[in-house]
Design a protein around this ligand. Structure first.
Ligand code: HEC
Length: 169
């Protein structure tokens, strides 16, 4: 009796593993990376790949404290991600933190979600975060999506040299 149970268990485990493997192989191309709060936890310890101070005309007045001469903008790439053949891979996570002595504390993020998501923005999803890295809420909804702020994020980032990313190419 005990032996039978053991054999059945082993068989179930094996089949389960085989199933998971074949699933992920088949769907690898279409698989989406869907971020949650844990995705951004501890972003200030990631690779700080870009830092800029002061106003920047590329930001216009409304974005990232763009017309504020006292602002500091830091961009963190999770795992120091680099583009591969000009494209950031699915699962790329980039966080930008804009701060100023007057109290600006704005955290935004972009995540290469991939799959069929937001093909107009090459698979990127846009986020507003809380200072602790959790996803902010706007009008009771998570502040995330393909056309966050009526497409403002994607619209401006479409002008970047490389795959909607300004600060690293
Ligand atoms: C008017 C243009 C503009 C708008 C609108 C804008 N951004 Fe940006 N963003 C930039 C520029 C320019 C940079 C490069 C870093 C810098 O100089 O501050 C940047 C950098 C970033 C970065 C770091 C990766 C990179 O491209 O360098 C993230 C993440 C980001 N923005 C998210 C957002 C999100 C989310 C929104 C919408 C809520 C948004 N941005 C709206 C211009 C814009």
């Amino acid at each position: 009796m005990r032996k039978t149970t053991y054999v059945l268990l082993a068989a179930a485990l094996f089949c389960g593993t085989a199933l998971i493997q074949s699933c992920s192989e088949e769907n690898e191309d279409e698989m989406e990376f869907i971020a949650d709060n844990s995705t951004f936890a501890g972003f200030e310890d990631w690779s700080l790949d870009y830092q800029a101070e002061g106003a920047d005309p590329a930001l216009a007045a409304m974005a990232h404290g763009g017309n504020d001469s006292t602002v500091t903008r830091r961009v963190y790439y999770k795992d120091g991600q680099n583009p591969v053949n000009g494209q950031y891979p699915t699962g790329t996570v980039i966080v930008k933190h804009s701060t100023s002595p007057a109290g600006l504390d704005e955290v935004t993020a972009m995540v290469k979600r991939g799959g069929d998501f937001n093909s107009a923005n090459n698979g990127w999803e846009w986020f507003m975060l809380m200072p602790d890295g959790s996803i902010a809420e706007m009008e009771g909804m998570p502040a995330r999506g393909s056309d966050l702020m009526n497409g403002l994020c994607g619209g401006c980032h479409a002008g970047a040299n490389n795959d909607f990313v300004f600060s690293k190419s």
